[in-house]
Ligand binder design. Sequence first.
Ligand SMILES: Nc1ncnc2c1ncn2[C@@H]1O[C@H](COP(=O)(O)OP(=O)(O)OP(=O)(O)O)[C@@H](O)[C@H]1O
Ligand SMILES: [Mg+2]
Length: 407
Amino acid sequence: MVNFLLLMLGASRVVSKTGNSSAPDSLPILSYSSEKSNSEGLPTPRSEGEILSSPNLKAFSFNELKNATRNFRPDSLLGEGGFGYVFKGWIDEQTLSAAKPGSGMVIAVKKLKPEGFQGHKEWLTEVNYLGQLYHPNLVKLIGYCLEGENRLLVYEFMPKGSLENHLFRRGPQPLSWAIRIKVATGAARGLSFLHESESQVIYRDFKASNILLDVEFNAKLSDFGLAKDGPTGDRTHVSTQVMGTHGYAAPEYVATGRLTAKSDVYSFGVALLELLTGRRAVDKSKVGMEQNLVDWAKPYLGDKRKVFRIMDSRLEGQYPHKGAYMAATLALQCLSVEAKARPRMSEVLATLEQIQSPKEATKNSLHEPQRVPNTVHRSSLRRHRSPLHMTPSASPLPSRRQPQLVH
Ligand SMILES: Nc1ncnc2c1ncn2[C@@H]1O[C@H](COP(=O)(O)OP(=O)(O)OP(=O)(O)O)[C@@H](O)[C@H]1O
Ligand SMILES: [Mg+2]
């Protein structure tokens, strides 16, 4: 997809890049505020060498990935994002070396556009986090390639692509209510894992295009290039450059640069609203209030008699009214202007589980008070890792996001 940038310097200057008219309306946003330095109490950063030597990741040579993707052939192309192109490839399951197309294990190879330093930072942040985080609702990073100017990432292949494709592109069968709730539940489980971990991780770029789907519509979060460690000690937030995607970012985060896990909860609320309505977070083809999904939908969310008016017409009324109202109320809570009033992701998950299978969830809650899954593990390295610090002077823009003036 074509990428956008909204760069905000303070609140005054706004620049952005728009591509062609078919491009989506979500805008990665960025503004400057003071970037927290390590002396302010963040964990010790891991060096690039430490990150890249993760025992869980394979270091691929460029040639291996060239072979695995049939020389990055256009007909192997799975999609395009701001980072670059994503190709389908095949590797041997045991040796992880390139395999014949159609044999062995299918992979997705993301190839960074070779345009500079910032792209390398996001690339390394992704290797850092996904080299250490394991959960059924996070996409699995198999390895990477760092060779000369080349930066690539090798993931497990997600056969159903992104949620964005299913919700907003013409063509695929509309997602049923049950699948929408399943996807929301899986994504909530992934975010909840990040937030509830011993060293909290704030995802910072929760949106429909970053939710990938396996063959059974299990959701997995991808794109950890913007992820950040949560606050430590008695700190309440992390001060950082405002990055994320327009329409999804929490208002207080955009205004102050203060990042908390509740910023992710807001973004989740926006994505949940997209699932309910089938509308994009920002849609410039609409007029006035309707351009912004949250502004448009909010007045309907808390009203049992009105909520059906905003439900996706592609559902053709095939959804339980009680479940839809519960989901709409949940979205409304996630979208609270006051960050503290938003639920935690573990609470969001519990509500979604109840919507998904009301009887099962009640039964479980009687026996199992801890609802955050514990079938996961993180590498012990996790404790020592820290985010990559961006200096305030360095452009926090990945090279992929070239700004232009907005009129
Ligand atoms: N692991 C994967 N398996 C299958 N398809 C994938 C995988 N990763 C990415 N894709 C496909 O490639 C497309 C581009 O992904 P990418 O993450 O580069 O960009 P994006 O999320 O669409 O945009 P952005 O750059 O704003 O995050 C996705 O929409 C998806 O269809
Ligand atoms: Mg993505």
